[in-house]
Design a protein around this ligand. Structure first.
Ligand SMILES: [Zn+2]
Length: 414
């Protein structure tokens, strides 16, 4: 496949009028005068090619819960609304929720997502069918001990897949015993997988951990030997200075979810302190039930403005810093090379710059527009060398929208 005449965003810089040659699932060559014979050609004049984005923390099937429960605190939101609905979930709900979520990610230029939820086989199958890349963990909770039995078979089934990477997902310190956390860690070590957990999301979580263990959630996880570079910890809001040094020392990756944290009023994560301690932080949207969409561009903007305001410093968290967090840091966290360069995986999207919110166009710095003014315009999304959306068209979209609506109505009246 040859992408012709695109402007390319490479390491934050725009390079004009470039052709990108893709063979199988890799970018083979980038240059001004490339030719491809008898090949699929995508005319990308007037488009900006950007590298594939990774959603560092979400629960994709929960896209089916969008707008179902808003404006509540985290624990009543979980206990009164989300958990009772989740108790009724069937594989069919998951399939349509995940399809709907994939549709949204493709439309938003996200080529990979990191998920923790129920029914991971169904999630993996639908994600493959939709063509996206994903790191998937079946959630582990003490109140559902059967889930632990599903973890290893899921890993064995998917560990050699080229799009799906299994991981292990103990939900959080307040829902998993030490035994569950140890089993999760051992399984991750046995198969060399990532460990995906919610960590220090609310003040209440930290207070409970101190009451129960005499330690903060980070201190507790460290004391039981859980923390390492294979951990991706979502949220990480309520951290002591000691917690931040521990996360840095253990090389834990953090998925920062600014919009969800603000919507649930959980707090503002100490991003400046995490980053200056050397912690690798990337961005996630969390589920559409607490966001309420899966838009990483909105997440970038929110992260920037929330951090600026928290410190009364508009010069902190510049657009370039945020773009690096959203791309380079995510590639490091998930050990995926999606950079727009020769030899990288062919995950990218083309953005149509002929939109009012991209006008006037800066001559060299497109990052400002992507972080601060983006309101859509993804025209084409390519994952692993396959075109998933072209000229704004995703095959099967209408059916997915119709069926997810029916499935949502069925679920809430069941
Ligand atoms: Zn979450």
């Amino acid at each position: 496949m040859l992408i012709k005449g695109a402007s390319l965003l490479q390491a934050g810089e725009v390079i004009r009028d470039q052709n990108v040659l893709i063979e199988d699932n890799r970018i083979i060559k980038i240059g001004r005068s490339l030719k491809a014979e008898d090949d699929e050609i995508i005319d990308a004049k007037g488009m900006l090619a950007i590298p594939g984005l990774i959603n560092g923390h979400t629960h994709l099937a929960m896209t089916l819960f969008r707008g179902y429960a808003d404006d509540m605190k985290l624990m009543p939101w979980l206990e009164e609304k989300i958990w009772p609905l989740e108790a009724k979930l069937t594989p069919k709900d998951i399939q349509w929720g995940v399809k709907l979520g994939c549709l949204e990610l493709i439309r938003l230029g996200v080529t990979c997502y990191n998920d923790m939820y129920y029914f991971m086989h169904e999630t993996a199958e639908v994600t493959r069918e939709m063509g996206l890349r994903a790191i998937l963990s079946g959630v582990l909770f003490d109140m559902r001990p059967d889930l632990m039995n599903e973890a290893e078979p899921f890993v064995r089934r998917w560990k050699d897949d080229d799009l799906i990477r299994p991981a292990i997902g103990p939900h959080a310190v307040y829902t998993c015993s030490e035994e569950t956390l140890h089993k999760a860690r051992d399984l991750a070590e046995k198969y060399d997988l990532m460990l995906h957990i919610h960590l220090s999301e609310t003040k209440d979580e930290v207070d409970r951990s101190i009451d129960e263990h005499g330690k903060t959630p980070v201190e507790y996880l460290d004391s039981i030997g859980f923390l390492s570079e294979r951990v991706i910890a979502a949220h990480c809001i309520w951290l002591s200075p000691g917690d931040i040094s521990t996360l840095a020392r253990r090389k834990v990756n953090v998925a920062h979810c600014s919009i969800s944290n603000h919507k649930l009023a959980s707090g503002i994560a100490p991003l400046d302190k995490l980053l200056s301690a050397g912690v690798n932080v990337c961005l996630g949207t969390d589920g559409a039930s607490s966001n309420n969409n899966l838009d990483l561009f909105q997440e970038m903007k929110m992260t920037a403005i929330a951090q600026k305001c928290a410190h009364f410093k508009p010069d902190l968290f510049r657009a370039e810093d945020i773009w690096k967090i959203a791309t380079e840091n995510a590639y490091a966290a998930f050990d995926l090379d999606l950079r727009l360069q020769e030899g990288s995986l062919a995950d990218l999207s083309l953005i149509d710059l002929k939109k009012p919110w991209f006008c006037p166009r800066p001559l060299t710095n497109a990052v400002s527009h992507l972080v601060y003014s983006m309101l859509g315009g993804v025209d084409t999304t390519i994952v692993n060398g396959q075109v998933l959306m072209k000229e704004g068209i995703i095959p099967g979209e209408e059916e997915i929208l119709e069926k997810s609506q029916e499935q949502f109505e069925d679920l809430v009246t069941r």
